[in-house]
Design a protein around this ligand. Sequence first.
Ligand code: NDP
Length: 445
Amino acid sequence: MKAIEVIDDLKRRFPNEPEYIQAVEEVLTTIEDVYNDNPEFERYNLIERLCIPDRIFAFRVSWVDDKGKVNNNMGYRVQHNNAIGPYKGGIRFHSSVNLSILKFLAFEQTFKNSLTTLAMGGAKGGSDFSPRGKSDMEVMRFCQAFIQELWRQIGPDTDVPAGDIGVGGREVGYMFGQYKKMAREFTGTFTGKGLEFGGSKIRPEATGYGNVYFLLEMLKTRGIDIKGKTVAISGSGNVATYTADKLLTLGAKVVSMSDSDGTIHVPEGLTREQLDYIFKLKNIYRGRIREFAEEYGCAYYEGERPWQRVKCDIAMPSATQNEIDGDDARALIEGGCMAVSEGANMPSTPDAIREFQKARLLYAPGKAANAGGVSVSGLEMAQNSQKLSWTEEEVDSKLKQIMCDIHEQCVKYGTETDGYINYVKGANVAGFMKVARAMMAQGIL
Ligand code: NDP
């Protein structure tokens, strides 16, 4: 089947999965040239096999809350593709989770993991359970019930989950504990573990730091210095806070952060003390970003995202998918934004991406810019296999190198005739070719 026929066919077969179709369409429209150059791909119906997940597990998760009420959530694991390594990808706990979102994330993960140069296939999982407002004990009971069902399908050489939205160190710890008990093994089946039980140094920081390292490479292509630049960040979770952390270290000004309720605006830039406050607010007190505005008396835009409100040189969306639409993109460009580097997965709609590229902005899609997280997860797996623990400096320098390599691949496959680097095309082509060649070599499975 031709790429365009695959898109039409998937639209017909999965009409209620818009995020999945959006992600597939974005990739397939950028790899057409290399696909047409390799007629054997069509003979082996490779594209369709690459777009449809290898398998999907769906299950009920029943758990008892603190009041004794029995709750039922849905749990899922999408094992998308393991042509180049064991399935690998995070677990998301959020009320919005459904199969369309997990299928898009697992599809994206396959290309991202391929780009990292490490041996990891693509997967994603999660539940419509939201840890927000739940006690520690409720979260623990939910994680245990989730793994009681999932543990048979994962393992250190089979499928290695990690965190994502709503799943941080606490949740990974509970899930790893339950897995260890059910499987009767102590292996690197999860990444993002605590340092005391096999976690890697720099894993919590990796996605945010990696995104900044990627941004620096992009800025270098135009001779721009990060120092003094204003950066708008969305989100205030793992990715957002460590992005801000690295930016502050490099002398940039972080002028916004947000959560699902609203956005704070600090035109003079967050101080280190203020960022520490946000970190504690989100990770220890599990509060809302509005409380930051109350504490420091800054502007707070209830129910709004940063993009229409906050003028910036650089935007680093780090909350969720489709959080920048065409209007947001136009507002950013009009406000003087010159670069967008995505910490979140697919935060820009197709309309927004078109605007960024039309205006010749430096624009890095999540699958390239946020690959630092899964890269250090891959390094965590390597350390677990060797029963070794590398130093912070070692892991950080490997992370930097991987982000530089990813940037180089994007330049190699994405540079257009006028010199503009189309990072979307570059990342998709580089990620696709490796998986495609491995699938061809392994036969029709
Ligand atoms: P966290 O749960 O730590 O933080 C998520 C942040 O985004 C929170 O501030 C949350 O606000 C906000 N948010 C979540 N959903 C929405 C929504 N629907 N609308 C507005 N704001 C929302 O997650 P992470 O930081 O880990 O993940 C953020 C993004 O980065 C996701 O797209 C994830 O897939 C991606 N990513 C994460 C990696 C990692 O290593 N953790 C690796 C690569 C990508 P609230 O507190 O109100 O829910």
